[in-house]
Design a protein around this ligand. Structure first.
Ligand code: ATP
Ligand code: ZN
Length: 297
């Protein structure tokens, strides 16, 4: 069988992760030809194609070698790692991607006065994550029944089929609507780039390395701002002291104005009006805050 020479990424066809994953790949310079209602999207510029599937299938597709990479929730990846058969290739989390944040939590009926894992002893807990829940129960030496449900886990206590649930929580609105409250957080999740532990050592491997570098460039600067300002040499120290965190600023001289300097600083997060006003008071002028799109170091 001929091995693939193009990199293939599995991602969710339609759901919470679809739009942000596509946006991220686009920012990495990847564009795709096929319409999105198809299973397969052919990469136009770079040799990278997409396979659009249900998120639950993504780890399996990577483990079987059908895809090299996948964009999937840590919750789905970790569950797979705990429950997949050992005949499949082990997977690893290559990069956290910073979107699709949620947590896997145990929630109990609001009226229960919860004060620790031991209270779950002998209870039935409904979940779609038997692997992660089982591991947590073992770690906390709790003997509880695990009721496996594929969906609508949150209504199980009301139906009387479980005493508590273990499910994904984002805002907590669904829990409140079902008279439940969060009792334990088992996993902090976000979308991750998953890949096989044994990466290909060929053109695909080279492309993968390039993609990881681009991803790092996009992820690192996503929240960054470039701050530009002018200051005179004698206010430079006061201005520099107020700069939000980041690497050392760059100083440029201003033509025809030997006392003036142009300062350029990469700031790790948002720069607020308050901060700008303080820096201005310290002697800065002509201040600009710019979003950063790409970074290659
Ligand atoms: P599919 O049809 O692909 O199986 P799904 O219903 O399993 O879709 P979504 O609801 O789109 O999947 O969620 C995909 C991922 O988004 C989850 O696995 C999780 O990592 C993340 N996520 C973020 N917030 C939430 C939330 N409030 N509820 C569920 N998942 C969330
Ligand atoms: Zn799913």
């Amino acid at each position: 069988m001929k091995t693939r020479d193009r990199l293939r990424i599995a991602m969710q066809k339609s759901g919470r992760l679809t739009e942000p994953a596509l946006e991220l790949l686009t920012r990495c310079g990847l564009t795709f030809r096929q319409s999105r209602d198809k299973l397969f999207c052919f990469g136009e510029g770079e040799p990278v194609d997409l396979l659009l599937v249900r998120d639950d299938d993504i780890p399996g597709l990577i483990a079987q070698g059908v895809c090299d990479l996948g964009i999937v929730g840590r919750n789905v990846l970790s569950e797979f790692q705990l429950t997949a058969g050992c005949e499949l290739a082990p997977l690893s989390e290559l990069r956290p991607l910073g979107f699709g944040r949620c947590r896997l939590s145990i929630a109990v009926p609001q009226e229960l006065d919860y004060h620790g894992p031991q209270q779950l002893e002998g209870r039935r807990i409904a979940t779609s994550y038997p692997g992660l829940l089982g591991e947590w129960l073992r770690t906390h030496a709790v003997d509880a029944g695990v009721v496996m449900l594929a969906g609508s886990v949150e209504i199980a206590p009301k139906l009387g089929t479980a005493d508590a649930i273990c499910d994904l929580v984002q805002s907590g609105g669904t829990l409140v609507a079902n008279q439940l409250r969060e009792a334990e957080v088992l996993l902090e999740s976000e979308a991750v780039l998953a890949g096989s532990l044994t990466l290909p050592v060929d053109e695909r491997g080279d492309m993968l390395e390039l993609l990881l570098k681009r991803l790092d460039g996009v992820i690192q600067v996503r929240e960054s701002r470039l701050l530009l300002l002018q200051t005179s040499r004698h206010t430079l120290e006061a201005v520099t002291r107020l700069l939000p965190g980041g690497p050392q600023p760059t100083l440029l001289s201003v033509a025809g104005q030997p006392d003036q300097l142009m300062l350029q600083a990469l700031c790790a997060g948002e720069v607020s009006w308050r901060q700008l006003e303080e820096i201005k008071k310290a002697g800065a002028r002509e201040m600009y805050v710019l979003p950063v799109e790409k970074m290659l170091v």
